[in-house]
Ligand binder design. Structure first.
Ligand code: NDP
Length: 332
Protein backbone atom coordinates (compact mmCIF):
# COMPACT_ATOMS: atom_id res chain seq x y z
CA UNK A 1 0.00 0.00 0.00
CA UNK A 2 1.30 3.50 -0.85
CA UNK A 3 2.54 5.52 2.11
CA UNK A 4 0.15 8.04 3.70
CA UNK A 5 1.24 11.62 4.15
CA UNK A 6 0.99 12.98 7.68
CA UNK A 7 2.08 15.85 9.87
CA UNK A 8 4.71 15.36 12.59
CA UNK A 9 6.68 17.40 15.09
CA UNK A 10 10.28 16.43 14.41
CA UNK A 11 13.50 17.27 16.22
CA UNK A 12 16.87 17.17 14.51
CA UNK A 13 20.35 17.77 15.82
CA UNK A 14 22.03 20.75 14.17
CA UNK A 15 25.50 21.80 15.36
CA UNK A 16 24.94 20.02 18.68
CA UNK A 17 21.53 21.66 19.30
CA UNK A 18 18.06 20.12 19.13
CA UNK A 19 16.00 21.97 16.50
CA UNK A 20 12.25 21.33 16.31
CA UNK A 21 9.90 21.87 13.36
CA UNK A 22 6.57 20.68 11.99
CA UNK A 23 7.09 18.46 8.96
CA UNK A 24 5.10 16.46 6.45
CA UNK A 25 6.28 12.83 6.31
CA UNK A 26 4.90 9.63 4.79
CA UNK A 27 4.17 6.45 6.70
CA UNK A 28 6.96 4.73 4.74
CA UNK A 29 9.42 6.85 6.76
CA UNK A 30 8.18 5.41 10.06
CA UNK A 31 10.39 2.87 11.86
CA UNK A 32 9.74 -0.87 11.68
CA UNK A 33 7.00 -2.29 13.90
CA UNK A 34 4.03 -4.65 13.90
CA UNK A 35 1.24 -2.10 14.17
CA UNK A 36 0.56 1.21 12.42
CA UNK A 37 -1.47 3.46 14.72
CA UNK A 38 -3.45 6.51 13.61
CA UNK A 39 -2.59 8.69 16.62
CA UNK A 40 -5.39 10.82 18.07
CA UNK A 41 -3.72 12.32 21.15
CA UNK A 42 -0.35 12.34 22.88
CA UNK A 43 0.64 14.26 26.00
CA UNK A 44 3.30 16.64 27.20
CA UNK A 45 5.42 15.34 30.06
CA UNK A 46 8.49 16.74 31.81
CA UNK A 47 10.69 14.31 29.85
CA UNK A 48 9.16 15.47 26.53
CA UNK A 49 10.01 19.06 27.42
CA UNK A 50 13.63 18.05 28.08
CA UNK A 51 13.71 16.19 24.74
CA UNK A 52 12.16 18.99 22.68
CA UNK A 53 14.30 21.78 24.13
CA UNK A 54 17.45 19.64 24.20
CA UNK A 55 17.92 20.58 27.88
CA UNK A 56 18.20 16.97 29.00
CA UNK A 57 19.91 13.95 27.43
CA UNK A 58 16.64 12.21 26.62
CA UNK A 59 16.85 11.62 22.87
CA UNK A 60 19.11 8.70 21.97
CA UNK A 61 19.02 9.16 18.19
CA UNK A 62 18.08 11.91 15.73
CA UNK A 63 15.91 12.74 13.88
CA UNK A 64 13.30 12.01 16.56
CA UNK A 65 9.57 12.47 16.91
CA UNK A 66 9.09 13.14 20.64
CA UNK A 67 6.03 12.16 22.68
CA UNK A 68 6.47 9.44 25.31
CA UNK A 69 2.87 8.29 24.99
CA UNK A 70 0.01 8.09 22.53
CA UNK A 71 -3.58 6.96 22.14
CA UNK A 72 -5.12 6.12 18.80
CA UNK A 73 -6.70 3.60 16.45
CA UNK A 74 -4.98 0.68 14.75
CA UNK A 75 -4.70 1.36 11.01
CA UNK A 76 -2.74 -1.74 9.94
CA UNK A 77 -1.50 -4.74 11.93
CA UNK A 78 0.65 -7.79 11.20
CA UNK A 79 -0.33 -9.57 14.44
CA UNK A 80 -3.56 -11.34 15.38
CA UNK A 81 -3.89 -9.64 18.80
CA UNK A 82 -4.64 -6.24 17.21
CA UNK A 83 -6.75 -5.50 14.15
CA UNK A 84 -7.63 -2.36 12.19
CA UNK A 85 -10.11 -0.26 14.16
CA UNK A 86 -8.93 -1.33 17.64
CA UNK A 87 -8.34 1.57 20.01
CA UNK A 88 -5.03 1.40 21.87
CA UNK A 89 -2.70 3.24 24.25
CA UNK A 90 1.09 3.16 24.46
CA UNK A 91 3.27 4.68 27.18
CA UNK A 92 7.03 4.41 27.62
CA UNK A 93 9.10 1.66 25.96
CA UNK A 94 11.49 4.33 24.62
CA UNK A 95 8.84 6.26 22.65
CA UNK A 96 10.21 9.73 21.97
CA UNK A 97 13.66 8.63 23.14
CA UNK A 98 14.83 5.70 20.99
CA UNK A 99 11.70 5.17 18.89
CA UNK A 100 9.52 7.77 17.12
CA UNK A 101 6.77 8.80 19.51
CA UNK A 102 3.36 10.40 19.76
CA UNK A 103 3.77 13.93 18.33
CA UNK A 104 2.68 12.78 14.88
CA UNK A 105 -0.53 11.71 13.18
CA UNK A 106 0.81 8.17 12.66
CA UNK A 107 3.18 5.93 14.64
CA UNK A 108 4.44 2.41 14.02
CA UNK A 109 5.19 0.40 17.17
CA UNK A 110 5.79 -3.12 18.45
CA UNK A 111 2.60 -4.99 19.24
CA UNK A 112 3.76 -5.92 22.73
CA UNK A 113 3.96 -2.22 23.70
CA UNK A 114 0.22 -1.78 23.08
CA UNK A 115 -2.61 -2.01 25.57
CA UNK A 116 -6.25 -1.96 24.53
CA UNK A 117 -7.92 1.33 25.43
CA UNK A 118 -9.49 0.72 28.86
CA UNK A 119 -13.24 0.15 28.65
CA UNK A 120 -15.29 3.33 29.08
CA UNK A 121 -12.30 5.65 28.47
CA UNK A 122 -12.05 7.97 25.44
CA UNK A 123 -8.73 8.39 23.62
CA UNK A 124 -8.47 11.95 24.97
CA UNK A 125 -9.29 10.84 28.49
CA UNK A 126 -6.58 8.15 28.22
CA UNK A 127 -3.96 10.77 27.34
CA UNK A 128 -5.15 13.04 30.15
CA UNK A 129 -3.95 10.20 32.35
CA UNK A 130 -1.07 9.22 30.06
CA UNK A 131 2.37 8.64 31.52
CA UNK A 132 1.57 10.86 34.51
CA UNK A 133 -1.55 8.98 35.54
CA UNK A 134 0.16 5.65 35.07
CA UNK A 135 3.14 6.79 37.18
CA UNK A 136 0.90 8.13 39.95
CA UNK A 137 -1.08 4.89 39.98
CA UNK A 138 2.08 2.73 39.98
CA UNK A 139 3.29 4.82 42.94
CA UNK A 140 0.08 4.24 44.88
CA UNK A 141 0.09 0.51 44.07
CA UNK A 142 3.67 0.30 45.41
CA UNK A 143 2.74 2.21 48.59
CA UNK A 144 -0.24 -0.09 49.21
CA UNK A 145 1.86 -3.21 48.56
CA UNK A 146 4.18 -1.90 51.29
CA UNK A 147 1.45 -1.43 53.88
CA UNK A 148 -0.39 1.82 53.16
CA UNK A 149 -4.07 1.23 53.81
CA UNK A 150 -7.24 3.19 54.47
CA UNK A 151 -6.54 2.75 58.22
CA UNK A 152 -3.75 5.33 57.84
CA UNK A 153 -4.92 8.52 59.50
CA UNK A 154 -1.78 10.56 58.90
CA UNK A 155 -1.58 12.56 55.67
CA UNK A 156 -0.03 11.07 52.55
CA UNK A 157 2.17 13.76 50.97
CA UNK A 158 2.34 14.49 47.24
CA UNK A 159 5.18 16.79 46.16
CA UNK A 160 5.15 18.84 42.96
CA UNK A 161 1.40 18.58 43.44
CA UNK A 162 0.53 21.20 40.81
CA UNK A 163 2.26 19.24 38.02
CA UNK A 164 1.04 16.28 35.97
CA UNK A 165 2.09 13.33 38.13
CA UNK A 166 1.40 15.36 41.28
CA UNK A 167 -2.16 16.35 40.30
CA UNK A 168 -2.91 12.76 39.35
CA UNK A 169 -1.47 11.55 42.66
CA UNK A 170 -3.63 13.96 44.67
CA UNK A 171 -6.80 13.04 42.74
CA UNK A 172 -6.28 9.26 42.97
CA UNK A 173 -5.25 9.21 46.64
CA UNK A 174 -8.21 11.35 47.68
CA UNK A 175 -10.56 9.18 45.61
CA UNK A 176 -9.23 6.24 47.63
CA UNK A 177 -10.15 8.16 50.81
CA UNK A 178 -6.64 8.95 51.98
CA UNK A 179 -5.98 12.25 53.72
CA UNK A 180 -3.75 14.07 51.21
CA UNK A 181 -1.19 16.80 51.94
CA UNK A 182 -0.30 18.53 48.67
CA UNK A 183 3.07 20.29 48.54
CA UNK A 184 3.33 23.10 45.99
CA UNK A 185 5.41 26.19 45.33
CA UNK A 186 2.35 27.93 43.86
CA UNK A 187 -0.17 29.31 46.39
CA UNK A 188 -2.43 30.22 43.45
CA UNK A 189 -3.04 26.47 42.97
CA UNK A 190 -4.37 25.87 46.49
CA UNK A 191 -8.02 26.03 45.46
CA UNK A 192 -7.39 23.74 42.45
CA UNK A 193 -5.61 21.21 44.68
CA UNK A 194 -8.47 21.35 47.20
CA UNK A 195 -10.88 20.61 44.37
CA UNK A 196 -8.77 17.58 43.42
CA UNK A 197 -9.15 16.39 47.01
CA UNK A 198 -6.18 17.71 49.02
CA UNK A 199 -7.12 18.33 52.64
CA UNK A 200 -3.81 19.95 53.62
CA UNK A 201 -1.60 22.34 51.62
CA UNK A 202 2.15 22.61 52.25
CA UNK A 203 4.50 25.26 50.99
CA UNK A 204 7.25 23.68 48.87
CA UNK A 205 9.93 25.22 51.14
CA UNK A 206 8.57 23.48 54.22
CA UNK A 207 9.93 20.13 53.05
CA UNK A 208 13.01 21.44 51.27
CA UNK A 209 14.46 23.40 54.23
CA UNK A 210 17.11 21.51 56.18
CA UNK A 211 16.53 22.20 59.87
CA UNK A 212 19.78 20.43 60.74
CA UNK A 213 18.08 17.39 62.31
CA UNK A 214 18.35 13.86 60.88
CA UNK A 215 14.77 13.07 61.98
CA UNK A 216 11.69 15.14 62.71
CA UNK A 217 8.35 14.20 64.25
CA UNK A 218 6.49 11.34 62.55
CA UNK A 219 4.12 13.41 60.44
CA UNK A 220 3.52 11.49 57.23
CA UNK A 221 1.79 8.17 56.56
CA UNK A 222 3.17 7.82 53.02
CA UNK A 223 4.40 9.97 50.15
CA UNK A 224 4.66 10.31 46.39
CA UNK A 225 7.70 12.41 45.52
CA UNK A 226 7.98 13.92 42.03
CA UNK A 227 10.60 16.51 43.02
CA UNK A 228 13.66 14.68 44.44
CA UNK A 229 16.67 16.59 45.81
CA UNK A 230 16.24 18.39 49.15
CA UNK A 231 12.49 17.76 49.09
CA UNK A 232 12.96 14.00 49.13
CA UNK A 233 15.52 14.28 51.94
CA UNK A 234 13.08 16.49 53.90
CA UNK A 235 10.21 14.06 53.37
CA UNK A 236 12.26 11.13 54.64
CA UNK A 237 12.99 12.96 57.92
CA UNK A 238 9.28 13.28 58.69
CA UNK A 239 8.04 9.82 57.69
CA UNK A 240 6.31 7.76 60.39
CA UNK A 241 7.63 4.36 61.47
CA UNK A 242 7.28 1.64 58.78
CA UNK A 243 5.89 3.94 56.08
CA UNK A 244 7.05 4.37 52.47
CA UNK A 245 7.99 7.05 49.97
CA UNK A 246 7.36 6.31 46.27
CA UNK A 247 10.13 8.26 44.52
CA UNK A 248 9.32 8.87 40.87
CA UNK A 249 10.69 12.26 39.83
CA UNK A 250 13.44 14.85 39.91
CA UNK A 251 11.78 18.14 38.96
CA UNK A 252 13.72 19.80 41.82
CA UNK A 253 17.05 18.02 41.25
CA UNK A 254 18.71 14.64 40.88
CA UNK A 255 21.09 14.89 43.82
CA UNK A 256 20.21 12.89 46.92
CA UNK A 257 21.77 13.60 50.27
CA UNK A 258 20.35 12.29 53.54
CA UNK A 259 21.31 10.12 56.51
CA UNK A 260 20.57 6.45 57.15
CA UNK A 261 18.41 7.35 60.19
CA UNK A 262 14.96 7.26 58.48
CA UNK A 263 15.80 3.74 57.31
CA UNK A 264 17.49 2.22 60.38
CA UNK A 265 15.53 4.01 63.14
CA UNK A 266 12.10 4.27 61.48
CA UNK A 267 12.12 1.36 59.02
CA UNK A 268 11.11 3.72 56.21
CA UNK A 269 10.97 2.24 52.68
CA UNK A 270 12.19 4.17 49.66
CA UNK A 271 10.39 2.72 46.63
CA UNK A 272 11.68 3.53 43.15
CA UNK A 273 8.94 3.93 40.53
CA UNK A 274 9.67 3.37 36.86
CA UNK A 275 6.97 3.55 34.21
CA UNK A 276 8.99 3.19 30.99
CA UNK A 277 9.92 -0.53 31.14
CA UNK A 278 7.28 -1.56 33.68
CA UNK A 279 5.87 -5.01 32.70
CA UNK A 280 2.64 -5.00 30.66
CA UNK A 281 0.64 -6.96 33.25
CA UNK A 282 1.34 -4.35 35.91
CA UNK A 283 0.51 -1.51 33.50
CA UNK A 284 -2.78 -3.16 32.61
CA UNK A 285 -3.62 -3.44 36.32
CA UNK A 286 -2.79 0.25 36.82
CA UNK A 287 -4.91 1.36 33.81
CA UNK A 288 -7.76 -0.75 35.12
CA UNK A 289 -7.61 1.16 38.41
CA UNK A 290 -7.46 4.51 36.59
CA UNK A 291 -10.92 3.80 35.16
CA UNK A 292 -12.34 4.53 38.62
CA UNK A 293 -11.27 8.20 38.58
CA UNK A 294 -14.23 10.43 37.62
CA UNK A 295 -13.84 12.12 34.24
CA UNK A 296 -14.87 15.48 35.76
CA UNK A 297 -11.66 15.48 37.87
CA UNK A 298 -9.56 14.48 34.86
CA UNK A 299 -11.14 17.24 32.73
CA UNK A 300 -10.40 19.79 35.43
CA UNK A 301 -6.67 19.12 35.29
CA UNK A 302 -6.36 18.95 31.46
CA UNK A 303 -5.36 21.56 28.87
CA UNK A 304 -5.49 20.49 25.19
CA UNK A 305 -2.95 22.02 22.77
CA UNK A 306 -2.19 21.53 19.05
CA UNK A 307 1.18 20.35 17.63
CA UNK A 308 1.94 23.97 16.71
CA UNK A 309 2.00 25.01 20.38
CA UNK A 310 4.30 22.33 21.74
CA UNK A 311 7.40 24.52 21.97
CA UNK A 312 6.00 27.27 24.24
CA UNK A 313 4.34 24.64 26.44
CA UNK A 314 7.69 22.86 26.83
CA UNK A 315 9.23 26.08 28.14
CA UNK A 316 6.32 26.48 30.56
CA UNK A 317 6.61 22.94 31.90
CA UNK A 318 10.36 23.34 32.53
CA UNK A 319 9.69 26.63 34.30
CA UNK A 320 7.27 24.77 36.61
CA UNK A 321 4.34 26.86 35.36
CA UNK A 322 2.02 24.18 34.01
CA UNK A 323 -1.00 23.11 36.03
CA UNK A 324 -1.95 19.45 35.74
CA UNK A 325 -1.84 17.71 32.38
CA UNK A 326 -1.26 18.93 28.84
CA UNK A 327 -2.80 16.74 26.11
CA UNK A 328 -1.57 17.16 22.52
CA UNK A 329 -4.26 16.96 19.80
CA UNK A 330 -2.13 15.93 16.82
CA UNK A 331 -4.89 16.71 14.26
CA UNK A 332 -5.76 20.23 15.54
P1 NDP B 1 5.44 18.65 35.74
O1 NDP B 1 6.34 19.70 35.21
O2 NDP B 1 4.05 18.56 35.26
O3 NDP B 1 5.38 18.77 37.34
C1 NDP B 1 6.52 18.98 38.11
C2 NDP B 1 6.13 19.84 39.31
O4 NDP B 1 7.25 19.87 40.21
C3 NDP B 1 5.86 21.29 38.97
O5 NDP B 1 4.55 21.51 38.53
C4 NDP B 1 6.14 21.98 40.29
O6 NDP B 1 5.02 21.76 41.12
C5 NDP B 1 7.30 21.14 40.85
N1 NDP B 1 8.61 21.74 40.55
C6 NDP B 1 9.07 22.15 39.35
N2 NDP B 1 10.30 22.66 39.45
C7 NDP B 1 10.64 22.55 40.76
C8 NDP B 1 11.79 22.90 41.52
N3 NDP B 1 12.88 23.46 40.93
N4 NDP B 1 11.81 22.64 42.85
C9 NDP B 1 10.75 22.07 43.43
N5 NDP B 1 9.61 21.73 42.78
C10 NDP B 1 9.57 21.96 41.45
O7 NDP B 1 6.19 17.26 35.49
P2 NDP B 1 5.59 15.78 35.53
O8 NDP B 1 4.54 15.71 36.57
O9 NDP B 1 5.34 15.32 34.15
O10 NDP B 1 6.87 14.98 36.06
C11 NDP B 1 7.34 15.19 37.40
C12 NDP B 1 8.64 14.41 37.58
O11 NDP B 1 8.36 13.01 37.49
C13 NDP B 1 9.71 14.70 36.51
O12 NDP B 1 10.98 14.68 37.11
C14 NDP B 1 9.56 13.53 35.55
O13 NDP B 1 10.72 13.27 34.83
C15 NDP B 1 9.20 12.40 36.52
N6 NDP B 1 8.49 11.30 35.90
C16 NDP B 1 8.93 10.04 36.19
C17 NDP B 1 8.30 8.95 35.69
C18 NDP B 1 8.78 7.60 36.08
O14 NDP B 1 8.45 6.61 35.42
N7 NDP B 1 9.55 7.49 37.14
C19 NDP B 1 7.17 9.08 34.75
C20 NDP B 1 6.70 10.45 34.60
C21 NDP B 1 7.38 11.52 35.15
P3 NDP B 1 4.49 22.90 42.16
O15 NDP B 1 4.52 24.19 41.42
O16 NDP B 1 3.11 22.44 42.53
O17 NDP B 1 5.43 22.91 43.34
Amino acid sequence: MAGREFCAFLIEEQEGRAVASRRNLTTEALPDGDVLVRVAFSSLNYKDALAVTGRGKVVRRYPMIPGVDLAGTVEESTVPDFKAGDQVVVTGWGLGERHWGGYAQFARVKADWLLPLPEGMSLKHAMSFGTAGLTAMLSIMALEEHGLSSDEKRPVVVTGAGGGVGSMGVAILSRKSYCVAASTGRPQLHEYLRQLGASQLLDRQELASDLGKPLESERWGGAIDTVGGKTLAGLLRGMAYGTSVAACGLAGGAEFSTTVFPFILRGVNLLGIESVMCPQRRRAAAWNELKQIPSSLVEMMTTVVPLSEILPWCDRILAGQVRGRVVVDVWA
